[in-house]
Design a protein around this ligand. Structure first.
Ligand code: TYD
Length: 193
């Protein structure tokens, strides 16, 4: 079983992934938490782009994320699923559906390019206003903050546009982690019944 945790930078999904993993382990499950981009060759290239050390256009970025994911599925995700483990993804192809969509790539293309990836049973989108998310993440300069705010507004809109996807649940991430976790747990129970 695969569950995907999503949201804009600063939404708290990594904390929720950790809390959910603890809770599932207490319930007797074997859980693995995996993160994308990975530390593999394509993931490392992507991290250079994200840090601004290397430039790449939207097409290249799309292709690199898909290549990184292909290796991740083969090396870690599919084997864990075959062993019957619960896989919690801290970002997966739904990140591409938000971020690469916000960069102008049509959703159908993103889905087609990622069709090799096993589908999640549930996609949790942790939603909060961009200003609040930016308060949580460290930012370097005012100009940087404005640029990021503009970009994250588009990404947030792309996430909210996924509302009609039957796998997607949107959660109010402005609340304290424990309150958010209560909703997460209820949705996971529902999805695994
Ligand atoms: P990272 O610093 O790992 O962010 P976070 O800690 O918030 O998860 O960087 C991941 C960035 O990559 C993030 O801004 C979202 C972006 N991303 C994509 O654009 N497409 C993708 O398919 C994935 C997995 C991530």
């Amino acid at each position: 079983m695969l569950i995907d945790l999503e949201g804009i930078d600063g939404c708290g999904k990594s904390t929720q992934a950790r809390l959910l993993a603890e809770r599932l382990r207490e319930a007797g499950h074997t859980v693995v938490v995996l993160k994308e981009p990975t530390d593999g060759p394509n993931g490392s290239r992507l991290k250079e782009v994200l840090r601004g050390e290397r430039t790449a256009d939207a097409e290249e970025i799309l292709t690199l994320f898909a290549a990184d994911r292909r290796e991740h599925v083969a090396d870690r995700i599919a084997p864990a699923l075959e062993r019957g483990e619960i896989v919690l993804m801290d970002r997966y192809y739904y990140s591409a559906l938000a971020y690469q969509c916000a960069a102008g790539i049509p959703a159908e293309r993103i889905r087609a390019l990622n069709s090799f990836a096993p589908a999640p049973v549930l996609v949790l989108v942790f939603d909060l206003p961009v200003e609040q998310a930016l308060e949580r993440v460290h930012s370097h300069s005012v100009a940087d903050t404005f640029e990021r705010a503009d970009h994250l507004e588009r990404v947030r809109a792309a996430y909210l546009a996924l509302r009609d996807d039957p796998l997607v649940r949107i959660l109010d991430a402005t609340r304290p982690p424990k309150a958010v976790m209560a909703d997460v747990w209820a949705l996971v129970q529902e999805a695994t019944e």
